[in-house]
Design a protein around this ligand. Structure first.
Ligand SMILES: NC(=O)c1ccc[n+]([C@@H]2O[C@H](COP(=O)([O-])OP(=O)(O)OC[C@H]3O[C@@H](n4cnc5c(N)ncnc54)[C@H](OP(=O)(O)O)[C@@H]3O)[C@@H](O)[C@H]2O)c1
Length: 247
């Protein structure tokens, strides 16, 4: 077993597929207690059952991260079940990219609601518990797109840049409480993310690009790396890509 994982209570948003699901599996295998949030409840319930049947500890809570009450309920459920919250992985997100002149305003709204406000709601729900505990770890998922913007990706990049800015401000503010903060910025990782693109021509290009994406375990390992450091080591940012990715 890896150090610093077993027995930790970890809340994961967006645990029904992709990066969140892979991370839940890896952490549960290493002995963490995982609390899974997503809207597709049948998926997180099936995953929780699978992890529990394998001897792990997992709980599923239906969560729409665009609703503050839902996120609070998710974190409260972790504390009620296990007495504390050690880590929150604010991972839920979507990427319906398109050029601005297509005026996909509903997609912009959803990205802002989920990718930015969802992360803020996660912080709002977990921070008071972590301040009280005088320990905790807030891990926010940004992207290579939070470091670079390309035509067609303005709003998505804006949301992922916001995640980095919020995380850096948070990092400085939570020093008195011994809370750690990590930004993880993946490149192309094989998940359902390209399915969130709503414009057919953009979706086609995206699926083509994602043919060289790497497995979701790559992300889960970065979470394990950040979590497994000694308490006095705070891994603030991890940026990784497929070796073949140019952008
Ligand atoms: N894969 C990549 O290449 C890549 C690269 C950089 C960054 N990222 C980031 O990684 C994160 C995870 O994405 P993924 O790649 O794993 O994609 P994914 O397979 O599509 O998973 C997205 C997850 O977010 C959840 N989600 C979406 N809207 C939600 C909402 N309103 N409330 C709660 N959960 C919601 C989905 O669950 P439900 O639909 O069941 O609610 C799902 O579990 C995202 O923030 C994404 O921007 C991914």
């Amino acid at each position: 077993m890896m150090q610093g994982i077993a027995g930790k209570v970890v809340v994961i948003t967006g645990a029904s597929s992709g990066l969140g699901e892979a991370t839940a599996r890896m952490l549960a295998r290493e002995g963490a207690f995982v609390v899974l949030g997503a809207r597709r409840v049948e998926r997180i319930e099936a995953l929780a059952k699978e992890l529990n049947d394998a001897g792990g500890k997992a709980l599923a809570v239906t969560t729409d991260v665009a609703r503050r009450d839902d996120v609070q309920r998710l974190v409260d459920a972790a504390v009620n079940a296990y007495g504390r919250v050690d880590v929150i992985l604010n991972n839920a997100g979507l990427m319906p990219q398109s050029p601005l002149d297509r005026l996909k305003v509903e997609d912009w709204d959803r990205m802002i609601d989920v990718n930015i406000k969802g992360v803020l709601y996660g912080i709002a729900a977990a921070l008071p518990y972590m301040q009280q505990q005088k320990s905790g770890h807030i891990i926010n998922v940004s992207s290579v797109a939070g470091h670079k913007v390309r035509a067609g990706g303005a709003v998505y990049s804006a949301t992922k840049t916001a995640v980095r800015v919020i995380s850096e401000g948070l990092r400085q503010e939570v020093k008195p409480y011994g809370i750690r903060t990590t930004i993880i910025s993946p490149g192309m990782v094989a998940t359902e993310l390209p399915d969130s693109v709503t414009e057919p021509d953009v979706a086609e290009r995206m699926h083509k690009a994602y043919e060289s994406a790497i497995p979701a375990d790559s992300f889960a390992r970065t979470v394990v790396f950040a979590m497994s450091q000694p308490d006095d080591v705070d891994i603030n940012e991890i940026l990784f890509r497929p070796t073949s990715q140019e952008y």
